[in-house]
Design a protein. Structure first.
Length: 109
């Protein structure tokens, strides 16, 4: 498990600024296969079938609930696109990268 995956999300309240493009680029170095597109952290996870895709989505929903940080998902038969951004601050935060690392850990189970 990566160091990021072991962290917990923290509420982003007043005074927390979104990451700059350079900060986001530096954080991406800790993740594999993720990219920043349109201000969101995104990755597509491939699966063999619909059942595996939905199992991933349901497990991710549980993780998201526990972290109180929820991604946007685009679900297809054999893939799921996961997108994170921190709506409260209008950009990316450490929470997005923490949850991305948790997604990667989940996909390896």
């Amino acid at each position: 498990m990566s160091d990021l995956a072991s962290k917990k999300c923290k509420p982003c309240e007043g005074g927390v600024a979104p990451y700059t493009p350079q900060q986001a680029k530096d954080m991406l170095k800790q993740l594999k296969g993720w990219m920043v597109e349109d201000g969101k952290l995104a990755k597509v996870y491939p699966f063999q079938n619909y059942y595996q895709t939905m199992a991933f989505v349901n497990a991710l929903a549980w993780i998201s609930h526990r972290e109180d940080h929820h991604p946007d998902l685009k679900v297809g038969y054999n893939q799921c696109r996961v997108e994170y951004s921190t709506h409260a601050i209008g950009g990316l935060s450490e929470n997005d990268f923490i949850c991305a690392a948790k997604c990667d850990a989940l996909s390896k189970l």
